[in-house]
Design a protein around this ligand. Structure first.
Ligand code: ASP
Ligand code: MG
Length: 467
């Protein structure tokens, strides 16, 4: 079997875990061709982002301290993990070289006073450059041949949209399959850095936060993998956040489209584009825990088995959002009003999470993240108040509750169950949306009511009995 195994940062952050993973990989490699994809080790990408903020503030000392912190973290892990002195020496040497390069980069960025998306991607790529060296060395250390490859080295070619690049699949496919097929023949296990690729000029690009998931599926699709395992610190996708609902259950099977919705709303963060490369080739994915390898986790496929087609599969909640009700003078019956509102928000860089407009057209309600709320209100006031908008009403401290499940489509009575249970629990609903795909039903409540709402839905649809 061709298998792509992707490890998240928390799965590779202690020496004990890295050693266990190396052994697991060694075992699996007896019967399968493996490609390992790694995130950066926990906290490393966050530290790199902090370095970029320090550079922006011209605080070179702080940036260098953070670089030192990253360097120490990796050297210590290397010393604890790798036993064979030659492998260890070479690894530490590589880390030293990367550290010098990182300091030189900080120097250059401070000197130029320029933090461009392109230089940021180069800076952020250090996390995965370091982690693959460590994981590959750990595999070598137990006597199995392995080499580290960055996204660029394996052959991932992207557009030049730094910070949020997309792969150019035709070129990528040719290059990645060539690189990896030759390694399969030599029985060498490639450890590829996630999150990162390079554009056609060879400049390093990234896919955005959490992008290693996406790297894994891009690679999986290039080599027509039989399966992709997304290994992290959670057992899989759940019917609800277990911190809110005690009897939340692991979902055994979901479809790609459900998983896409869950990736956006669920407790397990997955890069939103992750499933795209799998759709056409129908490559199944298992989301599972690296700490609990006997548990098979959640299987994501194009066609889940019949008994996995429950109406509602999970309920999740996004808090720290605010609601803006936009009332209009000349909004009613005026084409282009919504376009003006949303283009104004887009220009200000505000991401709109939910939208609803009543058919009388007298108001449009939107939900944005708390962090975008001030920006959204300011631009709307500045640009449109007194013109097409008469009044803005803002409600802070709101939460979005989302129900996901493809079985909702065409099922009568879902809404009545949902809102009936809110009424029973005396939870007021401020806004409702449901796309015509009926895959996702979402509504907004006050933040202090969010947990009650989630628990009520969970029990109303008997999600604890789902499997
Ligand atoms: N290291 C990157 C991040 O923290 C990519 C990833 O973990 O998937 O966002
Ligand atoms: Mg991650």
């Amino acid at each position: 079997m061709k298998l792509v195994l992707k490890y998240g940062g928390t799965s590779i952050s202690s020496s004990k875990d890295i050693k266990n993973i190396a052994k697991h990989i060694q075992n699996l490699s007896k019967k399968n061709n493996l490609v390992i994809v790694c995130s950066a080790i926990s906290d490393t990408t966050d530290d790199l982002i902090e370095i970029s903020q320090a550079i922006k503030k011209e605080n070179k000392k702080k940036a260098e301290q953070l670089a030192k912190k990253i360097s120490n973290r990796h050297s210590q892990l290397a010393k604890k993990t790798v036993k064979k002195s030659q492998i260890r020496k070479k690894l530490l040497q590589t880390f030293d070289e990367y550290f010098s390069e990182l300091l030189a980069l900080i120097d250059g960025m401070v000197l130029l006073g320029e933090v461009t998306p392109r230089s940021l991607d180069y800076l952020f790529s250090f996390g995965e450059r370091l982690s693959i060296q460590l994981i590959s060395a750990a595999i070598n250390d137990i006597g199995k041949k392995s080499i580290p490859l960055t996204g660029k080295e394996v052959g991932i070619v992207t557009d030049s949209n730094f910070g949020e690049s997309k792969p150019l699949m035709d070129t990528t496919k040719l290059r990645v399959s060539k690189t990896l097929d030759s390694l399969f023949l030599k029985k060498v296990i490639p450890v590829v850095g996630g999150f990162v690729g390079a554009d056609q000029h060879g400049h390093v690009t990234t896919f955005g936060r959490g992008g290693s998931d996406y790297s894994a599926t891009i690679i999986g699709s290039c080599i027509k993998a039989d399966k992709i395992w997304l290994m992290s610190d959670v057992d899989g996708l759940m019917t609800a956040d277990p911190k809110i609902v005690k009897d939340a259950k692991l979902l055994k099977e979901v479809s790609y489209i459900e998983a896409i919705e869950m990736a956006m709303f669920g407790a397990k963060q997955i890069h939103p584009r992750t499933f795209e490369p799998l759709l056409s080739k129908k490559i199944p994915m298992q989301i599972r825990s690296s700490f609990n390898i006997n548990n098979e986790g959640t299987l994501v496929t194009s066609s889940p088995s019949l008994d996995a087609k429950n109406t509602v599969k999970c309920v999740s909640c996004v808090s720290q959002t605010g609601l803006i009700d936009i009332r209009g003078g000349s909004m009613v019956g005026t084409p282009g009003t919504a376009a003006k509102i949303f283009s104004t928000l887009a220009k200000a860089g505000v991401n709109v999470m939910m939208i609803s407009q009543n058919p009388s057209e007298s108001s449009i309600t939107i939900v944005v993240k708390n962090t975008d709320l001030d920006k959204a209100v300011n631009t709307l006031e500045l640009e449109l108040l007194g013109k097409i908008i008469k009044k803005l009403e803002v409600t802070t401290d709101m939460a979005i509750i989302a129900l996901i499940g493809s079985g909702m489509r065409g099922t009568v009575g879902v809404a009545s169950k949902v809102f009936g249970s809110m009424a029973k629990n005396k939870v007021n609903v401020s806004m409702i949306t449901q796309g015509s795909s009926e895959l996702n039903l979402a509504f907004v409540v006050k933040s202090p009511d969010a947990s009650t709402a989630v628990r009520a839905i969970h029990s109303e649809f008997e999600l604890s009995k789902i499997n």
